[in-house]
Design a protein around this ligand. Structure first.
Ligand code: ADP
Length: 227
């Protein structure tokens, strides 16, 4: 058993909502266990200075940050190497899903703000950003869904907590478009035996299916409430 009594292939308790910010074109709140954050989408909007424009598609920009009180040791505010990397990773995992070619010369800006971090913030960021894009009405091939897992005492453990992340041999994050299982991010820290990789990916894809259902529920809920 795991220290929070979950099964090895069980995702942490999730909570998802869309339309949480009044002034953004699209927004969402996503919680997975004790990790939660908000995503906001602005755009598509004209892009200045003009030399940044792409004449045949929109540019996608992503800004990931964590509040100083999101972790035990105060996190120094402002950008750092890790937030630059995670911003890039979130953008690239969403890139294949968005019909950027429909919005030439514009930008679509995504802000991901993590309020509390207990492992898996890049996955919460991706899940929240894709929900916020959908909430903004931006056409997409599919939602993008992400989850991570590790290996503890030889067992593959899905959706690690902060405590588990300290003892895992590796940490593997995957993002995909669940409808046709197209993978847009696969990232790993640490070492694992190559025989485990296929089982890990299978478990991650199953995990993504569960998160995908929750994302669709959150989007449907918005329209049920507003009816
Ligand atoms: P992810 O959050 O996607 O798992 P990392 O592997 O870089 O990304 O971080 C793992 C966890 O370490 C974070 O979720 C967070 O709980 C913790 N962490 C990250 N940065 C800091 C920091 N500056 N101070 C304390 N803890 C941090």
């Amino acid at each position: 058993m795991r220290n929070d009594n979950r099964e090895w292939d069980e995702i942490r308790k999730m909570e998802m909502r869309v339309g949480v910010l009044k002034n953004a074109n699209g927004s969402s709140f996503v919680r997975m266990g004790k990790t939660f954050g908000v995503a906001a989408v602005y755009g598509p909007k004209s892009l200045y200075p003009k030399f940044l424009q792409n004449f045949d598609r929109a540019i996608l920009r992503c800004f990931y940050s964590m509040t100083p009180f999101s972790v035990m040791d105060r996190k120094r505010p402002g950008p750092d190497r890790r937030s630059t990397e995670i911003s890039k990773v979130i953008k690239e995992s969403l890139y294949p899903a968005v019909f950027l070619e429909n919005f030439s010369r514009t930008s679509i800006d995504i802000f991901v703000h993590i309020e509390q971090a207990d492992a898996g913030t890049r996955c919460v960021g991706i899940n929240a950003a894709s929900l916020a894009l959908a909430d903004a009405g931006i056409p997409m091939r599919d939602l993008v869904t992400a989850c991570a897992c590790g290996v503890i005492d030889g067992n593959i453990a899905l959706d690690l907590t902060g405590d588990e992340e300290k003892i895992t041999d590796c940490d593997l994050a995957l993002a995909c478009m669940p409808r046709n299982k197209q993978i847009s991010l696969l990232q790993m820290d640490g070492n694992i035996e190559s025989e485990l990789v296929n089982n890990i990916i299978k478990m991650l894809l199953n995990g993504c299916d569960k998160i995908y259902e929750k994302q669709k529920e959150a989007l449907k809920h918005k329209y049920e409430v507003n009816e």
